[in-house]
Design a protein around this ligand. Structure first.
Ligand SMILES: CCCCCCC[C@@H](O)CC(=O)SCCNC(=O)CCNC(=O)[C@H](O)C(C)(C)COP(=O)(O)OP(=O)(O)OC[C@H]1O[C@@H](n2cnc3c(N)ncnc32)[C@H](O)[C@@H]1OP(=O)(O)O
Length: 286
């Protein structure tokens, strides 16, 4: 087995401490575009703490993805310019509080060496816990390092992604992103220059900065919240997506949704460019 594989596979970082307040909760909601219409009471509930009109602040379930931003299993020493976010799968064990001290335990789950021309997929898990030690959310993230494959790691098969129904979508919605969406979203934690620096984006092979995968992921959570969950954040049990192509800030994301019992399947496209940006999406509701 290659030493590089062993090095990556062995990464683990337990007991990382984080604190967030309602400020981070509201900034995240705003960062994924909620509150664009300040008269929309459903959206206002995620971006306004309601000190005058009593309106308890709600936490977007996928806030879990930034609640312990910076946590992870440890330094992977990858060619950073070529790394993109590949997939995210969050299981929600209980609704996230509007403010909390939390602990993050992270470890690498598996390393998939796709070869020198393709790259390597590294999947890792982070479990968020509250001060009582209760699990709040389990995040499984896959990073696709396009510049680091072919080091002699095992050619393992990745788990099959969620299958989308073959029938026509039950619903289709459009979600508009703002041209400055990535500049706002990055303030939630991910300051990767791929999303804000045109020169860095060009080096990575993109004509201009791209939207954070996790912003698109949050946008798909918004889509399910408004379409099938009546804005009830506590109804979310799991939200999964694979990033198949980048979204550019300012584009309109068209989401196709299928409902089968408590399971919502989804895909997302940018119609103006004819590309699918999210594949194999799944939300499980209570
Ligand atoms: C904690 C994690 C964070 C890490 C740091 C990231 C920081 C962030 O700031 C960065 C970002 O937000 S980047 C923005 C979001 N991501 C993207 O835009 C990526 C879009 N996707 C792509 O470019 C390609 O699909 C691409 C490049 C992903 C794959 O393209 P191809 O090589 O053409 O894929 P393909 O030939 O279809 O498949 C090859 C093998 O890889 C598997 N696969 C495909 N897409 C995947 C994906 N998105 N995630 C994971 N695995 C994926 C396929 O199953 C296939 O496997 P096999 O060879 O075994 O059949």
């Amino acid at each position: 087995m290659s030493a590089r594989y062993e090095e990556l596979k062995g990464l683990k970082n337990l007991g990382q401490k984080y604190t967030y307040s309602d400020r981070e909760v509201m900034l995240y909601a705003y960062g994924i575009g909620l509150g664009a219409d300040p008269m929309d009471e459903n959206e206002l509930a995620f971006v306004n703490e309601g000190t005058f009109t009593p309106r308890p602040l709600k936490v977007v379930p996928t806030f879990a993805s930034v609640a312990a931003w910076g946590s992870g299993p440890g330094e992977m020493n990858l060619n950073r310019v070529m790394v993109v976010d590949g997939e995210r799968d969050i299981t929600f064990h209980q609704p996230l509080p509007v403010a909390a001290n939390i602990t993050a335990d992270s470890s690498v789950l598996e390393v998939y060496d796709k070869g020198k021309d393709k790259g390597v997929v590294i999947s890792h898990q982070t479990v968020l816990k509250n001060e009582k030690g209760e699990e709040l959310a389990t995040l499984v993230a896959s990073r696709f390092a396009r510049g680091d494959g072919g080091f002699g790691g095992p050619n393992l098969a990745q788990p099959d992604p969620h299958k989308i129904p073959s029938r026509s979508p039950d619903k289709t919605i459009d979600i508009v992103t703002r041209p400055d969406q990535a500049l706002v979203y990055r303030l939630c934690g991910d300051r990767n220059p791929l999303h804000s620096d045109p020169e860095f984006a060009r080096k990575a092979g993109f004509p201009r900065p791209i939207l954070h995968g996790m912003c698109t992921y949050g946008i798909t959570c918004r889509g399910v919240l408004q379409t099938y969950a009546d804005y009830d954040a506590s109804a979310f049990r799991q939200h999964v997506a694979r990033f198949s192509s980048p979204v550019y800030p300012g584009e309109t994301v068209t989401m196709d949704l299928w409902k089968d019992g408590n399971t919502i399947s989804f895909e997302a496209k940018v119609k103006s460019r004819g590309v699918t940006v999210i594949k194999n999406g799944k939300t499980v509701l209570s």
